[in-house]
Every structure is written in structure tokens, then in C-alpha cells.
Design a binder for this molecule. Structure first.
Ligand code: ZN
Length: 405
């Protein structure tokens, strides 16, 4: 059974049942995508007449719009109903070490536009927020969407976050500490905002719209400038007493390994996050001089991924070594959380997809992992996965508001 992360906070009192049914239908369009009224009746168990009565006002006020006709069936083809992206949109902002991704997302997690803005490492939070808001406004203008359609901003960040207050307690790789990030976005836009831990946000989004659907136990591992995870155990996202749960990048793989930003030596992310992979490229080039590799000591993970795909021998060795470290760390994760599946996500996986297969092979070779047989899969919507995840909390809230009328 899929975990229910979107339990509605509906007003109680007269009209209760109608509100709940309205939420149910909107939630189905949100989680399953555009649908005919007949399809919604089937999924919800409500009668076609009830579905029609509930949806008609939402069609009249242009919250829902027709988006094509159903392909199959007999008789008159049914209209497919979708959320109107010109009426309600959420901005998803995923903040990384040296760039943020910004997107306009509709209430069914469909991305209308998506841009990336780069900045130097350790840029101040206020400047990053300014940049993200400027990009959101530019996207609304270029898509000719009225700014009043923007219903809120969801922000995801790799760091320790108190989601209730929107406070970023510490984001080591960004150099941020005690930043009231939600307040920063709300002050700039006068719109509701949410701030989430990237790994947890992604786990929630994958549970609803991606590879986590149908699983009550899974780990969504984010590999980028660091390593973090969203852990779903027995259908619930683990948060922990101090909101640290899922910071698996700081489990020690080798105490004689490189110093980590957290102060420990040899954390998992010092072997497998993007700075470690770039360091490894340099080391292999130095020891493999004259092999004719297309890589250079300054090559990015994306260049590594391309070179590995073209059979570059140095690139393949770097991928194989990184996969061995990933597999060893994954054994810890699997022992700790006993997942049905591990979803791999983040810029490293996106730029070097061959790492997934190599890591699965590496896992199969480890004695300790033989009994697990846990599949590793790439996150759904990979290029948009972070911005969809960032937008999700605000998106669910907006649907509750629509249901409350
Ligand atoms: Zn560490």
C-alpha cells in the first residue's frame, strides 16, 4: 500500500462530506494526473452524478480545464480534466551548492518551465533567494502567465531543516547556519512558502508520483555535492528528534579517509559525492598518464558520464571505483532500513547514469549484500525530480484549500 503523505486538513462541520469528496477528486487528479469524470468516478467510488456535481463549479471558475478527449471507449469521447496551469501554479526551488533549479509546476506535478541559475559557492541566502525569485518572475513573463496564478513557493535544500518553522538549522555544503529561509521567500513574494530537506522532499514526491509508489519501505538516496536520503519506513517518512534522520552521507566508510565538512574522517560522501568523484578523476589521470583519455583533471561528473558511455578506459575505472564505494555504503543503508527498493537521484546519478548498473553489480559482489537483493532504480522524472519534490508540500496544501472552498 502506498503511504498516504497527503492526508487533508479539512474544515470540520456542515458540508463535511462534500468537502471530503471534493478533496478526494482533486487529490486523484493531483496524484494520478488529468482524468475523465468517468475515470474519477471509477477510482473514487463516487457516482458519476456526484462527481459531475462536485466538479462543475471548479470547471466554471476555471480551476479545472478540458485537456483533450479520452482515446478509448464507445459513444461520445469524454473530456479529460486537468488543473488549469494558467490559474494555479507552484514554484519549485531546489537549492544546491553552486546552483539552484527553479521551475513552474502545476498541481499534478507537471513542469511547465525549468531553469538553472548558477552562483559561487557560499553565496549568501538572501542573494540566492533574490536570484530564485527573479527567475520565477522571468519564467511567468516569458510564458505569459499572470503573476496572480502563482500560489506559493516550495524550497528544498540539502541540509538540516525544521520544516514547521522554515528554518535551515545548518547546510554544511552551502555554509549556511540558522537561516529563516521560509521567511526570506515569503517577505520577497508575499506568498506562502515551505522549506524542506531535499532527501525527504524527494522521497515524498517519489512515493506519490514516482518509483516509491506502492512501497511502504524505501530509501531515496540523493547524490550530489553531498549525500543525503529520505527514508520511508513502514509507510512513514523518518524525521527524527533533531530532523537528522536520513543524513546517511556522514556514516563513516573508512576512518583513514579524507576529512569531511562535518569534522569526521572518511564519511561516505567524501568517497562518492561530486567533489570526491572529480578528485578521483584527477588521481586516475595522474596514474594513467598517456592513455589517451578525453578527461582532464578539471573534468565534471557530466563529462565523466559521457566519456564512460563512449568507452573511455579512465572514465570506466573511475565509475567502477566510485560504484564500489557506493555499494559499500549502501550495505549500511540496507542493514539499517531494510528497504524494498533504493531510489538513486541527484546530479551525480543524472550526469553519470552508468553508476547505477555498476553499483548494482558491486552490491551483488559483496558477501554481506547477497541476501538482500534490493533493486537500485533511478528516480522518476529525474531531470525535474528535485523541483517537483520542492513544490509538493505547497501543492498539497493548495489542493486542501480548494477542497475547503
Ligand atoms: Zn561527514
Amino acid at each position: 500500500m502506498t503511504p498516504d503523505f497527503a492526508s487533508p486538513r479539512l474544515k470540520v462541520g456542515r458540508g463535511d462530506l462534500r468537502r471530503r469528496n471534493r478533496w478526494l477528486l482533486l487529490h486523484l487528479i493531483q496524484t494520478h494526473g488529468p482524468s475523465s469524470q468517468a475515470g474519477l468516478a471509477r477510482r473514487s467510488g463516487l457516482s458519476p452524478a456526484t462527481v459531475s456535481a462536485i466538479l462543475q463549479p471548479l470547471i466554471e471558475n476555471r480551476t479545472l480545464v478540458e485537456e483533450g478527449k479520452a482515446q478509448s471507449g464507445i459513444g461520445r469521447k469524454a473530456s479529460i480534466l486537468a488543473f488549469n496551469p494558467r490559474s494555479i501554479l507552484i514554484a519549485g526551488v531546489s537549492i544546491e551548492q553552486e546552483e539552484c533549479e527553479v521551475a513552474l509546476v502545476d498541481l499534478s506535478a507537471r513542469v511547465l518551465d525549468h531553469v538553472t541559475a548558477e552562483y559561487p559557492r557560499y553565496t549568501e541566502p538572501r542573494e540566492v533567494a533574490d536570484l530564485a525569485v527573479a527567475r520565477i518572475r522571468a519564467m511567468l513573463r516569458s510564458n505569459r502567465i499572470d503573476s496572480r496564478a502563482l500560489a506559493g513557493i516550495g524550497v528544498a535544500i540539502p541540509g538540516l531543516v525544521d520544516s514547521d518553522s522554515g528554518l535551515v538549522c545548518v547546510a554544511t555544503n552551502l555554509g549556511w547556519r540558522n537561516v529563516q529561509l521560509r521567511a526570506l521567500f515569503e517577505q520577497k513574494t508575499q506568498l506562502p512558502a515551505s522549506v524542506e530537506h531535499l532527501g525527504r522532499a524527494k522521497a515524498r514526491a517519489q512515493a506519490v508520483w514516482g518509483q516509491g509508489a506502492g512501497h511502504r519501505n524505501f530509501v531515496c538516496l540523493e547524490i550530489g555535492s553531498g549525500i543525503g536520503a529520505g527514508v520511508v519506513a513502514d509507510g512513514r517518512i523518518l524525521i527524527g528528534a533533531g530532523a537528522f534522520a536520513g543524513e546517511v552521507g556522514h556514516t563513516v566508510l573508512d576512518p583513514s579517509g579524507p576529512r569531511c565538512a562535518c569534522g569526521l574522517d572518511g564519511c561516505w560522501e567524501t568517497f562518492c559525492a561530486s567533489p570526491a568523484i572529480r578528485r578521483r578523476i584527477g588521481e586516475h589521470l595522474a596514474s594513467d598518464a598517456g592513455t589517451g583519455s578525453t578527461l582532464t583533471p578539471g573534468s565534471s561528473v557530466a563529462e565523466l558520464g559521457r566519456a564512460a558511455g563512449q568507452g573511455d578506459p579512465v572514465a570506466r575505472r573511475v565509475v567502477a571505483e566510485t560504484a564500489r564505494h557506493l555499494a559499500r555504503g549502501l550495505v549500511n543503508v540496507i542493514w539499517n532500513f531494510d528497504p524494498e527498493v533504493v531510489i538513486l537521484s541527484g546530479s551525480v546519478v543524472r550526469n553519470c547514469p552508468s553508476l547505477i548498473e555498476a553499483t548494482q553489480a558491486g552490491l551483488a559482489k559483496l558477501e554481506a549484500a547477497r541476501s538482500f537483493n534490493v533493486p537500485l532504480v533511478a528516480a522518476s522524472h529525474e531531470s525535474d525530480a528535485s523541483v517537483i519534490a520542492a513544490s509538493a508540500v505547497v501543492s498539497f496544501r493548495r489542493v486542501e484549500e480548494l477542497a475547503n472552498g
